[in-house]
Design a protein around this ligand. Sequence first.
Ligand SMILES: *Cc1c(COP(=O)(O)O)cnc(C)c1O
Length: 477
Amino acid sequence: MKHDVRSPVQLDSAAPPIEGLSPFAGSGQLDRALTTFLASSSQMLCEWIAAKSDHGPLPRLSVLLDAAPEPIGRDADGLLADLRTAMEGAYQPHHPGALAHLDPPPLTSSLAAELIAAGLNNNLLAEELAPSLSRLERGVCTWMARRLGFPEGSGGVAASGGTLSTLNALVCARRRQGLQSRADAVIVASEEAHVSLAKAAAVMGLAADGLVSVPTDGEGRLCVDALSGQLAALEQTRRPVIAVVATAGTTVRGAVDPLGAIAGLCRERQLWFHIDGAIGAVFGLSRRERTRVPGLAMADSLTVNPQKLLGISKTSSLLLLRDPAWLREAFQTGLPYMEPSWGGGHGGECGLQGSRPAEVLKLWLGLRQLGLDGIEAVLRGALERRRTLERQLDATSLQIAGGPLHLLAVTPRHLPPEGAERWAEQTRRVLLERHLMLSRPHYRGRSWLKAVLGNPYTDAGLLTELAELLNRSALSS
Ligand SMILES: *Cc1c(COP(=O)(O)O)cnc(C)c1O
């Protein structure tokens, strides 16, 4: 994909003013002012996406917006001007040099679906507030679970982000394991598991040592022998286990824990097995690439974040479970002010969130837009960019940390930690001057530069430039 359009966002001063936009759309007949307002907003957004910035993905300045409303409300043109200012200060995920994080540009279908979802303003809290969309959410979860290999009867629920999906899973797990009243219960995960587990432990009120870390191997994967030893030790000290959490795609390097072996240990000991597949689970959707994340379907519960690589706009996360009825067991409160659910239960009784938007609309539309072929193409494109970059990196001067997915991190081999820290800071600055943005994680006691190759606008030429800059920086450091 080429990114060769020019010019920053311009205010179209030739456009006639929009007259008479009311705060609420007129009904009974077409609201012409609203139609023009939305068309102008769309136009402005498309120009912003097309504009080739003369800086990198980061805005040159963080713009200072007037936070307070004015005494008299703004008219349509004033609102468009406000939006334009906000856009000027925004991070640009579609910039080809945006390679720092797991935040790809949004699918075009997401733009339309978000607009429509805002207009429908349905509420997934209760069936009567989102009759068809509640069903759609259950349907998409079931499709996704089955596609990833879960058995008949599996399903799930959407949540605003992977952090919440995993928290929902762990609350379910604690209940299913009958451990609600055990203050000494623990969650077991690798030392490279995501920080959201620490939040879950805190929210769930676990003891200070309630998140037990298991060492990883040289490739960043949880050591199964160490896990086995840890579980035996917990049993000896009579600490009950809420869940063992494996990661399919760690945040720094995309490592995938040995899911099958961990599932085996969990089964032997009748422990709940959760997989944090926020990054990697989408690879399971591809018949060709799913061997990169083997064993996803052995989980009791699985977090998937379609926002992280597939381009569904934020937030888009699902929790999939072998049996979605477990969610209702854990979160059912009764909603005495609502009509009973006529489907599979109210959305607000399947997780921690109450009122929530129909995020499923953009996920569903995005999957429909891509098709199975398109999903495959997104995944393969990301993997190909990773290969292209890695092939050109000088592995004698750079240590490369990767896994089977689309991210990798590098650090100069010869530098001690303080030197690596200076190198990462300086090199990130040099790269930003060239409009290339990498992130600077701290990993294994030193600084790295990390590239996430999920941006479809990044072409091979840019990756060559990136590799050359990294190689040169390592040699001259
Ligand atoms: C991003 C991420 C999460 C958390 O997801 P959010 O949507 O940011 O809440 C959890 N686990 C892993 C491995 C992640 O990379």
